[in-house]
Design a protein around this ligand. Sequence first.
Ligand code: GLA
Length: 684
Amino acid sequence: MNSKQTYQWTEMTMGTCYYPEHWDKSLWEDDLRRMKEAGISIIRIAEFAWNKFEPEEGIFTFEFFDEFLELCLKKEMKVIFGTPTATPPAWLTEKYPEVLNGRQDGVLYRHGGRRHYNYNSPKYQELTKRIVTKIAEHYGQHPAIVGWQIDNELNCETCEFYSEADSAAFRVFLLKKYSTLEKLNQAWGTVFWNQTYTDWEQIYVPRTTLSQGINPHLHLDYIRFISDSTIRFCEMQAEILRKYRKPGDFITTNGKFWNVDNHKMEKECLDVYTYDSYPSFAFGLDRDPKNSVDLNDRRWSMHLNEVRSICSHFGIMEQQSGANGWTTRMEGPAPRPGQLTLWAMQSVAHGADFISFFRWRTCTMGTEIYWHGILDYDNRDNRKLAEVKDFYSKLKTLDPVCGADYVSSFALIKDYDNSWDTEVDVWHERIASYSEDEIFAASQLSHTPYDVVYLQEDSELLDLAKYKVIFYPHPVILDEGRTELLKSYVEQGGTLVIGCRTGYKDMNGRCVMMPQPGLLQQISGSDVRDFTFTSPAEEPTFAMWNGEKLETPLFNDILKAVDGAQILATYANSYYAGEAALIEKRTGKGRVLHLGSTFSRENVTQILEYTGVLLPFAGMIDAPESVEVILRQKGNRRFLFVLNFQPMEVRIELRKEMKLLYDGKTVSGTQILPAYGTAVYEFE
Ligand code: GLA
């Protein structure tokens, strides 16, 4: 089961991030008034304010936020309260340097930045428990509060931990997993380069080694350990908050970052997941020459697909409102008129029912003076505030969309073992990231949306069976459980598409001594007899499929058909010309397609067409590549989002009568969307 959400917004809601501690108190009332006028009904506060609650060790003060929350109550502003553990006070790290995280070479990250603590320090855990308990005891029943945010962006800034406390906790994690050193040595293949451990104390989190020689199997377990540590830290706080909060108040954290199983974290600790969306990280970068239209900021749709798999009706805790930038890194363009709305609608289209803009006003001090908010330093009304107001008026017409499901044509299957193996193994990374980017591009350009489904311990056939077609591009690591699930999916009628390099590793990341695609050979009808990266010195390889060219980029498995499988395409060049490149095997009511290469936008489009899922909106709309088209559905109410990511107007054709929700007018036929314009239509 992918998502286990227990909180859902019941109407479209808009918020912002506010830092009362950054401003003179004389501004508070006016700020809240102007926010309300703009349609902002929720603010997130306090996530970096530990000193305001505990200025000295063990001395707790609440006057500052008491006063602010009183004002919120008076102004009818609702509040998401953050726990302040992302920025420990100076007194804390000075007195207890063991709480600090450090670089791999042992240099500690000192006070002054953020997220410089480690999850496994017993002292940090103790002090975290204490501050979170004090805050939750004091504010848990406060009527202005509607939700809680744990920490801030767990695993942002860094997702690697190298403190002594981490090595100690890593040993405990490994002891639980392997119980004996013999089993650990076996799993990690430590006989290679004489790495054998004879005492648990000899094991550390990865340290600086010569020849970049971190044992990859240790490394994979290390990432699993980081994920586990992150979730335990989050859970520790969630348990405290659950005890003191009012019924109905939600617990969340804002993601999504690396080296953490976000699905597990959401299931075990949170009521709802929130995401921080900053498409302008990519807007303004050079266009990838492969792309016929600019997909830079549209790439955030790829992230939003992932977020939806964690939690189908999520919130955006930080939605971009101004230009990105720090004094120390990044110089980004300001969102163009219309782009603030476009990017926020991108989030809504993908499943967000709560949009909170970062931040109310740009900070006038510190590293983030260029991470612009809605208002600028001068505090005057500006075009961004006007656009937020306009966005709100549009958002409220979308109340019927709240809780509606995103409708997809196929699923991209992933799992954390393989994702993390790509961090350990450059061969794996190269093919996996290439295929994922290209599947995304094919989906965007052809308006064929997809969901992401992570295979997890509790995954069921139902999670897969709702998709006619699933792509599991390069499941390098396979185990029996996942193989059985995929087999059942195929037997009941599904189409499973796999690519090169499938099934050559076990769960430890060790290579299996069996023919590829390993365990999946039971249903793939394919046998990999030879394989190679394609050579940049030769012409790109390709195959022929029913007289049409089929791209086979980057890596080629040279296939043989076995068990009565059918060859659909054969390589047309290189030393394996004439050998099989695409094989189809039917099992039960379904089938497996094994493509012996990575996925390109062209070959994905061909496969989507062959499997009958391409262009699902053809009867509703004709839209150019430059717009994204998304459907959300609730019961029999259907809502079509059209998002123009280009700096010029575009023409679309509505093939049915539809109601434009923004103004309630019924329209059909040719419509013009302005530069960066959006539209949401309801139709039968
Ligand atoms: C993140 C953080 C915010 C802020 C912004 C801008 O998303 O959660 O606190 O730092 O980035 O840098």
